[in-house]
Design a protein around this ligand. Structure first.
Ligand SMILES: N[C@@H](CCC(=O)N[C@@H](CS)C(=O)NCC(=O)O)C(=O)O
Length: 279
């Protein structure tokens, strides 16, 4: 594994614009940021932006490669070396032993980044303490609940070729239920964040999904504390930068534009379904 990652890393370094990797790549390097070897592979999605939000909040400089789903770049062999699951986000970095490391699954990446780079505990709590475990609980709650359920709500509401009422109701209902769990937690919070007195990786993990509630067809009207928390995080300069990293960010879409985007996404999702079914 190390050998393959080392080969991949040296290949990427040698051929800056390699024809094998024709993706949109750029660096976030700036003199005010701490340099790192982190290379983020991402796209403008709720899971993808978690990582860039944290990287920006930590004021780290990193390289970015944006993958195109419509070209199925996330399933290309070179990327499967970085994430065998063929999904974004994923990162590579130079590990503490000097050798390359890959990390995939957004929750694992957030944990890796705070363990290595959040030395002042700005977005995390000391390992093993009470708040640490509360952060872990919310992080796993997002990874196992909010993300997958809202992802399915998106699927049945926006992408499925037929409107299946049962699927739409089931996953929108679950998304609403999960929002109400957050609502209860935030209503009790004196800081306005999920855990303790600051924004943590638990908030970052949940934000991208909650902020895109509209795409799943779920309103925040019944969840005032969640709505206020969404705005509070949106107003943070670094988080906003991370959440809008992609050149393809589009805002205030009309219903026609939303339909067009959903139709395009639906096409590659259905192609992917067929491909998986053949395996
Ligand atoms: N549990 C994974 C989920 C990753 C995931 O589903 N990523 C989506 C974008 S949000 C993706 O890469 N989709 C492309 C595909 O399904 O081929 C994580 O949190 O990293």
């Amino acid at each position: 594994m190390h050998r393959r990652l080392t080969l991949l890393a040296s290949h990427l370094i040698k051929s800056k614009a390699t024809p094998q990797i024709p993706h949109r790549s750029f660096s976030t390097m700036s003199s005010s940021k701490t340099p790192t070897d982190i290379h983020l592979y991402t796209a403008q999605t709720p899971n993808g932006i978690k990582v860039s939000m944290l990287l920006e909040e930590l004021n780290l400089s990193y390289k970015v490669t944006e993958l195109s789903f419509s070209k199925n770049e996330q399933k290309e062999p070179w990327f499967l070396e970085i994430n065998p699951n063929g999904r974004i986000p994923a990162i590579t970095d130079t590990f503490t032993d000097g050798k390359p490391i890959r990390v995939f699954e957004s929750g694992a990446i957030l944990q890796y980044l705070v363990e290595r780079y959040d030395t002042e505990g700005k977005f995390s709590y000391p390992k093993g303490g009470r708040e640490y475990w509360e952060v872990q609980s919310w992080l796993f709650w997002q990874m196992g609940g909010l993300g997958p359920m809202q992802g399915q709500a998106n699927h049945f509401f926006r992408y499925a070729p037929e409107k299946i009422e049962y699927g739409i109701k089931r996953y929108q209902g679950e998304t609403r239920r999960l929002y109400s769990v957050m609502e209860t937690q935030l209503a009790k919070s004196t800081s306005g964040f999920l855990v303790g007195d600051k924004m943590t990786i638990a908030d970052i993990a949940c934000w991208g999904w909650t902020n895109s509630h509209d795409w799943a067809g779920v309103s925040l009207d019944d969840f005032p504390n969640v709505a206020a928390w969404v705005e509070k995080i949106k107003s943070r300069e670094a988080s906003a930068r991370g959440a809008n990293l992609s050149k393809s960010v589009r805002k205030n879409l009309t219903e026609e534009e939303k339909e067009k985007i959903a139709k395009e996404a639906s096409a590659w999702i259905l192609q992917g379904n067929e491909h998986t079914a053949k395996k």
